[in-house]
Ligand binder design. Structure first.
Ligand code: ARG
Length: 458
């Protein structure tokens, strides 16, 4: 049985059930590389301050590096009775280099150590995720050359609304992801503040140099209040929120593409490498990856909710409840990284079913709003134009024909300003080409945006 690092004041042993109940090493072992980085920086700083000798710090550095290599190689055995990754590494160090190892924890506490390691881990996760999000944007943009001429029905309330270029759809997702990236970048600033040296809750009486540690570890600044940082996890929660927003965006996209891949829509053929079959129905090619992206969003939302509930009742400063944060953050990170990676592959590999889309494009009166705006252009007030075109659509609906199939006399009867020029804005392609506003689906606007995105992602 290993003696506890905090055992001095205790008379007896810990109940083994408590060890099992309270350990975190089974999951926080994932922080090992960052824990070692933090300890290396801390030890070097202690040497510069004359708190450790150069010889001592060299022993610590060598020892920590050996331990790091062993963990990476899978030959290190973590001990549950030592609770967490931090105490496992420190104990292993002392077993290797003797009493010098017992000096490493000078001027710090596990409270600031955990927070430091976790911030370093999240910082790496942010940088990895950002690259993956760029890959996903690239996947959308990679479609723009092949899909440039494809018009899709745009929907509101899941009812056909107005015509939209396929590329306008793709860039809509690029924009959403761009905002997620900007949120990540913003969150990174708050994550990247060094807590090490705030110690347990009040700081330390040892004359440490936090600035040096921050510089060595690449932190942008120092957490300014020890009580604040030892009590809070808002940096982790904020990261989880951004992960959740990414998952939400992917989930809505997945839902849309699941619908589009049905026989009922028949807009899209998904790449088979990202579908699976049925054990009973031989014909099935199911969009499981998309369904799971949608489904896994539930656990990501759940993790965020758990974290928010976790901190709501905590008085200053550190409380052990905070140990519960790691698994939620790890799970959301792993889940969202996998979703983003697979989403990029699906986006790049899917094919639009052009004929099937085109064959039904004249359904749903996608050109009605363009016609109304054309009438407004002839001087008719919007409310009146809306009413007049509504009646024309009603007439066409009863006959089961598109607006362009109505005779000129119907248009003239609807409003005297309408003449044969009306046929220049009718039909889906002409209705689409009539768009002009910034940010609209106007072909010129979309082409400009495609160019911008290509440049941005080059
Ligand atoms: N294993 C714990 C965690 O991950 C470390 C707790 C350190 N602080 C304490 N006062 N017990 O949060």
């Amino acid at each position: 049985m290993a003696k506890k690092p905090w055992g001095g004041v205790f008379d007896g042993a810990t109940d083994p059930r408590v060890e099992k109940f309270s350990e975190s090493v089974s999951f926080d072992h994932r922080l090992y590389a960052h824990d070692i980085l933090g300890s290396l920086a801390h030890a070097r700083m202690l040497a510069v301050r004359g708190i450790l000798t150069e010889a001592e710090v060299q022993q610590i550095v060598d020892g920590l590096e050996t331990i790091g290599n062993e963990i990476a190689a899978g030959t290190f055995s973590f001990r549950t009775e030592l609770e967490d990754v931090h105490m496992n590494i420190e104990r292993a160090l002392t077993e290797r280099i003797g009493d010098v190892g017992r000096k490493l924890h000078t001027g710090r506490s596990r409270n600031d150590q955990v927070s430091t390691d976790f911030r370093l881990w999240i910082r790496d996760a942010i940088d990895r995720l950002d690259e993956k999000l760029v890959d996903l944007q690239r996947a959308f943009v990679s479609r723009t050359d092949r899909d440039a001429d494809v018009i899709l029905p745009g929907y509101t309330h899941m009812q056909r609304a107005q015509p939209v270029l396929a590329n306008h759809y793709w860039l809509a997702y690029c924009e959403k992801i761009e905002r997620d990236r900007s949120r990540l970048c913003d969150c990174r600033e708050r994550v990247n503040q060094l807590p090490l040296g705030t110690a347990a809750l009040a700081g330390t009486t040892i004359d440490i140099d936090r600035q040096q540690v921050a510089e060595e570890l690449g932190f942008d600044g120092l957490v300014a209040n020890s009580l604040d940082s030892s009590s809070d996890r808002d940096f982790a929660i904020e990261f989880c929120f951004v992960l959740t927003m990414v998952a939400e965006h992917l989930s809505t996209w997945a839902e849309e593409w699941i619908l589009w891949s049905t026989s009922e829509f028949d807009f899209l053929t998904l790449p088979q490498a990202y579908c699976t079959g049925s054990s009973i129905m031989p014909q099935k090619i199911n969009p499981d990856v998309l369904e799971l992206i949608r489904g896994k969003t539930a656990r990501v939302v759940g993790n965020l909710t758990s974290l928010l509930v976790l901190i709501k009742g905590l008085p200053l400063a550190y409380n052990r409840d905070l140990q519960e944060d790691k698994e939620r953050v790890f799970d959301s990170t792993d889940t969202v990284e996998a979703c983003v990676e697979l989403a990029a592959a699906v986006v790049a590999g899917a094919e639009l079913n052009r004929e099937s889309i085109a064959a039904r494009l004249d359904r749903g009166y996608l050109d009605a709003t363009t016609l109304m705006e054309y009438l407004i252009g002839l001087g008719v007030p919007q409310r009146s134009a809306h009413e007049i075109i509504g009646q024309l659509v009603g007439k066409a609906m009863k006959q089961g024909v598109p607006l362009a199939a109505l005779p000129l006399s119907d248009f003239q009867a609807a409003h005297s300003a309408l003449d044969e020029k009306v046929f220049e804005v009718l039909g889906v392609r002409q209705a689409l080409e009539a768009f002009v506003s910034y940010g609209s689906t106007a072909p010129q606007q979309v082409a400009q945006q495609v160019t911008l995105w290509k440049e941005r992602l080059a």
